[in-house]
Design a protein around this ligand. Structure first.
Ligand code: UDP
Length: 262
């Protein structure tokens, strides 16, 4: 049984107390939710895939100098992270019109945007995450003007890097959502770091040639093949080393030379 202290439980993740002060354990659940949790399902293996995909992306971003909360992966479903004070904003970066932007402005899904666009949503389930402007953010003190500048420049760097990363594996990064947190260093200086996760749960990923959706829209729009799409993203990123088997699945057929048949 899990005796660790649970700090927070969200729709797709749980945060537990970490082994040392200032650390937390981020646990990825198999729960899929949409429309502010009005729609819910369990997708066996999704948590393990998101853990892997998010680890890969956070490590790569760390390599190019983007500060993140990620420390290390602990097991199939969990990673060790730095405890940060989450800034209550969902930061959405868009390259191609889709989803709520298409609805709001009457843009055809898939039409190119004149340039990448950043939007902010105030994190509040009760209010359905309303879109807000920098004016709201600074007036209500959710972040300072300096923090907004930092967030915007980090968001654009993350977008530039991820567009290229996904293009290299035949995927168009249509849009994605990120969250940031405040991290205090020893001198009590605050640093803005990338937090939460980056996975097909919070990105729109379209196959370059077929246009197939390889993200949570498969769940939101009842397209089927959710797990297969997430597996495809993991496979193309080269992180599908251990195929998570659905719970209750029968024994796996192994060939005489010990490998799994395709
Ligand atoms: N997104 C997210 N969490 C949310 C809302 C949006 O991760 O609570 C992501 C979503 O997966 C997409 C991007 O942010 O990649 C833009 O979403 P949009 O505003 O179009 O909203 P949606 O159509 O998903 O309701």
């Amino acid at each position: 049984m899990n005796k660790r202290r649970r700090i927070y439980e969200g729709k797709a993740k749980v945060l537990y107390e970490g082994p040392e002060p200032g650390t937390l354990i981020q646990h990825f659940k198999d729960d899929a939710t949409a429309f502010n949790a009005k729609k819910h399902a369990l997708i066996d293996g999704k948590g393990a895939l998101n853990n892997r995909i998010s680890e890969y992306i956070f490590v790569k971003l760390g390599d190019i100098g983007v500060p993140t909360h990620f420390i290390k992966r602990l097991n199939m479903r969990e990673q060790l992270i730095r405890e940060v004070e989450i800034i209550p904003l969902e930061v959405v970066i868009r390259n191609v019109a889709a989803g709520s932007l298409s609805t709001r402005l009457g843009l055809e899904e898939g039409s190119a945007l004149p340039r990448s666009i950043i939007e902010y949503y105030y994190k509040s389930d009760k209010l359905n995450d309303p879109m807000v402007s920098e004016e709201h953010i600074t007036a209500f003190g959710w972040a300072t003007p300096q923090e907004i500048d930092e967030i915007m420049s980090l968001a654009l760097r993350i977008n530039d890097f991820l567009v290229g990363l996904f293009l290299g594996i035949g995927i168009r990064l249509v849009d994605f959502k990120v969250e940031f947190g405040r991290l205090w260093d020893n001198d009590q200086q605050v640093r803005i770091v990338l937090a939460d996760e980056i996975s097909p749960d919070c990105c729109r990923l379209w196959d370059i040639t077929s246009g197939d959706k390889l993200d949570k829209d498969r769940f939101r729009r009842d397209l089927g093949g959710v797990l297969e799409a997430y597996q495809e993203v993991a496979r193309r990123l080269g992180v599908l080393t251990e195929t998570p088997r659905p719970r209750g699945a029968g024994p796996v057929l192994v060939t005489s030379n010990g490998t799994k048949p395709n």
